[in-house]
Design a protein around this ligand. Structure first.
Ligand SMILES: NC(=O)c1ccc[n+]([C@@H]2O[C@H](COP(=O)([O-])OP(=O)(O)OC[C@H]3O[C@@H](n4cnc5c(N)ncnc54)[C@H](O)[C@@H]3O)[C@@H](O)[C@H]2O)c1
Length: 337
């Protein structure tokens, strides 16, 4: 048994949670799902969270009762069904949304659009009504379309702040760090690969030339590595053989992003994460680049930095797909609510 005096250091050691303890209410929408449950567990395990609000259309009373027995400070409450959604959101500083259907083998993220676009539009509408100032972190795919949908919904309510709406692409960075570390025999916790663009296939653009520590690969190995990072989600979908997409690694990545956000909101300086956001860095109106986070969300977009010719070509090739997915999201949002 763990001793209550000498509890093991929180196992989330990478860059997690070093700011002073403050109160923060965090909601997870889709909390009973494959991502939602382990993500809620990681959030419950953090001293940065004082209230954890778990919402889903199924099973949240059980998930909340289970998590509420864990000996950490976050007070857990479960909410079920649309009539309880407003209560789940009131007073939230951060809302994380992994609600929606995941891919099955042979599906692209865009194949999820019809189902998930409606779910994200409805949940965003509730956020705009009940916690318009909250940081909104969207995990639901296709992220390249769901962020424009959320942004349009917030605009309709007159509460849009582009510095507070984030498409969670952290899993692409986590994967890139792991794969580079494996190939180079490095400690993955000390590798940092920025990943820019979007979150689907060739719109996922790892900037290996900007990796810290510096790493070099022959062109064929670089192309194979880039392709593996772009298709890593599909690797998991195939291995799960119909049982869904990445859930555990996504929960880790989602928790990493939320903890970075909370650290920055609590005043920690120098917190940087990549995320798919409203952007003027390229011709695409939404684009992921490294962002300096602060008390009010995005403090500064750090931009693309210096790209290699190979990376420049990848950015160029991603543009038409990115712009198409963004437009599809914006047009959908015009028709709903
Ligand atoms: N951003 C990323 O890197 C990334 C990675 C993996 C998966 N995803 C996406 O995350 C989403 C969730 O994946 P999962 O594996 O957890 O799926 P899942 O099916 O296991 O869980 C989804 C949950 O959402 C709930 N839900 C459905 N409609 C809802 C609504 N209207 N309101 C609230 N909750 C609702 C379901 O009841 C379920 O509990 C999918 O869209 C998937 O594609 C994103």
């Amino acid at each position: 048994m763990f001793s209550r005096i000498a509890r093991p250091a929180l196992f989330l050691s990478r860059s997690f949670s070093t700011s002073a303890q403050k109160d923060a209410k965090v909601a997870v929408l889709g909390a009973s799902g494959g991502i939602g449950q382990p993500l809620s567990l990681l959030l419950k395990n953090s001293p940065l969270v004082s209230q954890l609000s778990l919402y889903d259309i199924a099973h949240t009373p059980g998930v909340a009762a289970d998590l509420s027995h864990i000996e950490t400070r976050a007070h857990v409450t479960g909410y079920i069904g649309p009539e309880q959604l407003g209560d789940a959101l009131k007073g939230c500083e951060v809302v994380v949304i992994p609600a929606g259907v995941p891919r099955k083998p042979g599906m692209t993220r865009d194949d999820l659009f019809n189902t998930n676009a409606t779910i994200v539009a409805n949940l965003s509408d509730a956020c705009a009504r009940h916690c318009p100032e909250a940081m909104i972190c969207i995990i639901s795919n296709p992220v390249n379309s769901t962020i424009p949908i959320t942004s349009e919904v917030f605009k309709k309510h007159g509460v849009y702040n582009p510095n507070r709406i984030f498409g969670v692409t952290t899993l692409d960075i986590v994967r890139a760090n792991t794969f580079v570390a494996d190939l180079k025999g490095l400690d993955p916790a000390r590798v940092n690969v920025p990943v820019v663009g979007g979150h689907a296939g060739k719109t996922i653009i790892p900037l290996i030339s900007q990796c810290t520590p510096k790493v070099e690969f022959p062109q064929d190995a670089l192309e194979a590595l880039t392709n593996r990072i772009q298709e890593a989600g599909t690797e998991v979908v195939k291995a799960k053989a119909g049982a869904g997409s990445a859930t555990l690694s996504m929960a880790y990545a989602g928790a990493r992003f939320v903890f970075s956000l909370l650290d920055a909101m609590n005043g920690k300086e120098g917190v940087v994460e990549c995320s798919f956001v409203r952007s003027e860095e390229t011709e695409s109106p939404y684009f992921s680049t490294p962002l300096l986070l602060g008390k009010n969300g995005i403090e500064k977009n750090l931009g693309l930095g210096k790209l290699s010719p190979f990376e420049e070509k990848l950015v160029g090739e991603a543009m038409s797909e990115l712009k198409g997915s963004i437009k599809k999201g914006e047009e959908f949002a015009k028709k709903v609510n």
